[in-house]
Design a protein around this ligand. Structure first.
Ligand SMILES: Cc1cc2nc3c(=O)[nH]c(=O)nc-3n(C[C@H](O)[C@H](O)[C@H](O)COP(=O)(O)O)c2cc1C
Length: 171
């Protein structure tokens, strides 16, 4: 797909069908993440966790409902990619790096005709002691910074309604 078309189709989708994301598309999303820029070449500061297990995805929704009264924080998406820090992360860079990695996945999803949304809310609300994390049994020191939910949209793939309106200051 033309890069400008990928950008114009990029949008946050919060309503998914039950259709799973194919293995081939998952590999393409991970490959796109692996093409990210990352501060100080610190590849070992991050790990990607691919979550397809319906019981883990369900647990996140249930915990969101129980702990925060928000049972739809991952919008019933069939796939979640967690961008995690490891014990080797550089803390002053982790937010930037995670955002860049997430955007690579989000844009690649657009390129593949998939839908996605970057998510921080459930990670912040459920915290480090969340049950879904216990179910994932991640290696020591590996904790989520940001996530991208991916799937097939319930709506047709129209372009985004509007662009951002950032102030642009020129000198
Ligand atoms: C760092 C970051 C965290 C986000 N976290 C959430 C979230 O927890 N839940 C959610 O529904 N959307 C989340 N979003 C999506 C934004 O709300 C979304 O980009 C915004 O609604 C604009 O819509 P658009 O992406 O379709 O242009 C997040 C986006 C970013 C970049």
């Amino acid at each position: 797909m033309e890069f400008d078309t990928v950008l114009s189709l990029r949008k946050s989708v919060r309503s998914y069908t039950e259709e799973p994301v194919s293995e081939e598309d998952i590999r393409a999303l991970i490959h796109a993440a692996q093409e990210s820029s990352v501060g100080h070449h610190n590849d070992k500061g991050y790990a990607l966790v691919v979550v397809r297990d319906p019981s883990v995805l369900k647990r996140i929704s249930t915990e969101g409902g129980e702990k925060a009264g928000k049972p739809h924080m991952i919008y019933e998406a069939p796939l979640l990619i967690l961008i995690c820090r490891t014990k080797d992360v550089m803390e002053n860079l982790e937010g930037f790096d995670a955002g860049i990695i997430a955007e690579h996945i989000h844009l690649k999803a657009s390129d593949l005709g998939l839908s996605s949304v970057i998510l921080f809310g459930f990670i912040r609300l459920l915290g480090k002691d969340a049950d879904y994390l216990k179910m994932l049994k991640l290696p020591e020191g590996v904790t989520p910074l940001l996530a991208v939910a991916v799937g097939h949209s319930q709506l047709s793939g129209k372009a985004r309604k509007e662009d951002r309106h950032f102030a642009v200051i020129e000198r």
